[in-house]
Design a protein around this ligand. Structure first.
Ligand code: HEC
Ligand code: HEC
Ligand code: HEC
Ligand code: HEC
Ligand code: HEC
Ligand code: HEC
Ligand code: HEC
Length: 287
């Protein structure tokens, strides 16, 4: 392993800090997170790729001006190396050390690229063999190991199957890492309903729960529950719709007697609140 560049990362604006799994894979190791006031420091051992060195993000500007400029606003641009000889390794934290790439004027791909290699010019191919394409999520999992576990759950977005990638929901080069983050034009829901239009209104009877966001009920990466639900049964709904016990032992939900209903299945099963995202005909979201 090469010398550890220390990475300092202020927490993104107004967002709770989340636990990053400790990835101890062959290439990247995320060490302790030491919090100090509102700033959280992370030490990251960047991938060690034989023959290649880290050159720093500013070196990318000359050839990738547009991406470089936009990147200033990106969450991952906060991965700033510390120390006297520290590098701003934001770009290379995902693309790997780029000295060979830069020296070859772009002919040799960065260690972590997400397209298959271009044919090399005569004479170069021996020195710089073609790099295979790399799945986007492999680069991400180096630091976000907990997310890999979520995609291994039985019901998940088809990222492991190669049918979609992380960056459809988390743009890597610009702005907040969440598509539809607070300062962006699209809301998180709008990102979801681009692919899931039938969950989008306008409904005559909207379900106000959706104002809290799709992730109130769905785990976007994966879940043990069908349809990636955060809860598998009535608890999903009872988070917001309190049940009251009646003196005789009955159960009221929303002022309606549910005593015999709760045993019949999930709240959204046929005959009950099937139109859980909103209804065009039924105020009680039946269909
Ligand atoms: C969070 C990880 C991440 C960071 C940080 C990152 N990239 Fe990328 N980059 C990706 C992914 C993933 C792709 C593949 C995009 C695709 O398939 O559309 C990509 C694609 C690219 C491409 C080729 C496609 C294109 O849009 O032209 C270039 C060039 C590139 N990145 C340069 C950079 C530079 C320069 C920086 C820093 C200013 C940077 N990247 C920072 C993840 C990252
Ligand atoms: C001397 C110019 C030069 C420098 C410096 C440079 N690149 Fe590139 N890069 C290129 C060229 C040329 C391409 C090929 C562009 C294309 O095919 O459209 C490329 C392509 C890429 C790709 C896409 C590879 C693929 O096809 O999948 C990525 C990712 C990338 N560069 C990242 C970086 C990063 C990160 C840095 C800084 C650490 C950097 N580059 C510095 C010239 C450069
Ligand atoms: C070199 C390590 C590294 C790599 C590689 C990396 N990330 Fe990150 N990422 C981080 C760190 C550190 C944070 C800040 C985490 C925090 O604030 O708790 C972060 C933040 C994020 C966030 C925002 C989380 C939040 O709580 O605000 C998302 C989303 C994200 N990364 C997705 C990705 C995706 C998608 C990729 C691959 C394209 C990727 N990351 C690659 C280290 C990395
Ligand atoms: C279908 C959209 C979607 C896809 C695909 C997706 N994410 Fe996410 N991700 C989200 C949403 C939405 C959140 C916010 C969850 C919340 O607020 O509860 C999130 C949260 C995160 C976070 C911060 C919270 C945490 O769990 O650590 C990271 C890091 C992250 N995603 C990384 C990834 C990586 C890596 C991939 C690809 C392997 C990926 N995501 C694929 C939608 C997606
Ligand atoms: C880029 C397109 C895309 C985006 C964006 C997207 N999804 Fe998906 N979603 C898919 C695909 C593809 C599937 C798998 C469908 C299948 O296998 O038929 C899926 C499946 C699902 C399922 C399970 C459906 C079932 O029948 O089991 C749910 C729930 C879901 N997505 C919710 C969300 C939420 C919530 C968001 C926003 C955080 C979101 N999706 C963003 C493409 C997307
Ligand atoms: C109040 C909780 C709740 C919220 C909020 C919610 N969903 Fe759902 N969603 C469910 C339930 C429950 C199901 C399972 C329905 C079933 O199995 O019949 C479901 C199923 C789905 C499915 C699978 C569709 C199908 O017909 O099986 C998709 C896709 C989906 N939701 C997307 C979304 C999107 C996108 C959002 C945000 C716009 C969202 N959901 C918000 C509870 C919710
Ligand atoms: C995030 C909070 C939240 C969650 C979770 C939630 N709801 Fe709601 N729901 C509301 C709010 C707010 C209203 C509108 C106010 C009211 O009628 O109580 C509402 C209204 C309803 C109504 C219409 C009541 C009426 O007659 O006006 C039904 C039916 C309903 N929800 C069913 C469900 C079901 C089924 C689930 C679980 C899949 C669920 N809700 C989960 C917040 C939520």
């Amino acid at each position: 392993m090469t010398k550890l560049p220390f990475i300092k990362l202020p927490l993104p604006r107004g967002r709770r800090g989340r636990n990053l799994a400790l990835a101890s894979g062959a290439v990247v190791l995320l060490l302790a997170a030491i919090s100090c006031g509102t700033i959280s420091h992370r030490a990251v051992v960047l991938p060690d790729v034989p023959g290649a060195k880290y050159i720093g993000s500013s070196e990318c500007e000359q050839c990738h001006q547009e991406i470089y400029r936009g990147f200033r606003t990106a969450d991952h641009a906060r991965l700033i190396a510390q120390g006297k000889n520290g590098l701003d390794a934001g770009c290379e934290s995902c693309h790997g050390p780029c000295s060979l790439h830069s020296d070859s004027g772009g002919e040799t791909k960065p260690p972590y690229s997400f397209t298959a290699g271009r044919p090399q010019p005569e004479g170069l191919s021996g020195r710089f063999p073609l790099e295979p394409a790399r799945a986007v999520e492999k680069a991400c999992y180096q630091c976000h190991l907990d997310v890999r576990g979520q995609f291994n759950l039985p019901n998940h977005h088809p990222v492991p199957e190669g049918r979609m990638t992380c960056i459809l929901c988390h743009p890597p080069h610009k702005g907040i890492a969440f598509a539809g983050g607070s300062t962006q034009l699209l809301s998180q829901e709008e990102n979801c309903v681009q692919c899931h239009p039938s969950q989008q209104g306008p409904f005559v009877f909207e379900h106000e729960a959706l104002r809290e966001g799709c992730t109130t009920c769905h785990s976007p990466h994966g879940s043990v529950n069908a349809k990636m639900l955060t809860e598998r049964n009535a608890n999903l709904c009872l988070k917001c719709h309190f049940q009251q016990s009646q003196p005789g032992g009955g159960i009221l939900i929303g002022g309606v007697d549910h005593t015999s209903r709760l045993s019949q299945g999930a709240c959204w099963s046929a005959g009950c609140h099937e139109a859980v995202h909103g209804s065009r005909v039924s105020p009680s979201l039946r269909f």
